[in-house]
Design a protein around this ligand. Sequence first.
Ligand code: AMP
Length: 197
Amino acid sequence: MTSGTRLLLIGPPGAGKGTQAAKLSEALGVPAISTGDIFRHNVKNETPLGVQAKAFMDAGDNVPDSLTNDLITDRLEQPDCSEGFLLDGYPRTTDQVRHLDGFLAEHGTSLDVVVQLVADADVVVERLRKRALEQGRSDDDESVVRHRLEVYEEQTAPLIDVYGGRELVVAIDGLGEITEVTRRIMDQLAARGISGS
Ligand code: AMP
């Protein structure tokens, strides 16, 4: 596990992380890994992990760190991650940051960049309202959305400072056309010497 790009996408729910993760995964040639998608898949298939995660997800709370950290260890040990990866929605807590740091150190590697997608609360609430109608995600209900935003502010927003202290963060305006936002990100990555494979 050495060459390749390792990046994180951080931002509030509804900032467009999933959409941009797919674009960047293609452009950079690394797998996009969404802990939210993995949890939803497990919930749908009623696996033991899904059964444990469901109540937390429906309430808009974070799934406990122990479950999430085990899940990400398993995923990052898959061969497709050996040349880099993009994490969407992980880490979300300082405990998860510690876990990821330990994992990467054990594998003799480290993060290259943390992309912060910036979008204000009114915009994300409106986007998620639309997504609720289109996709019917149970955690896109308006009161749950508000709670997810609070959880983001309390538990995840502080990570920007943690990674900022390591000079890893690039902040990107998440408003605008999808392709325009992708271009902004790719420009900032290029300025750091990171480009597509
Ligand atoms: P997302 O698709 O990233 O918005 O995640 C949907 C839900 O999955 C979250 O509201 C949490 O309940 C759960 N989840 C996803 N990623 C994590 C994580 N890193 N830590 C804890 N819970 C998570």
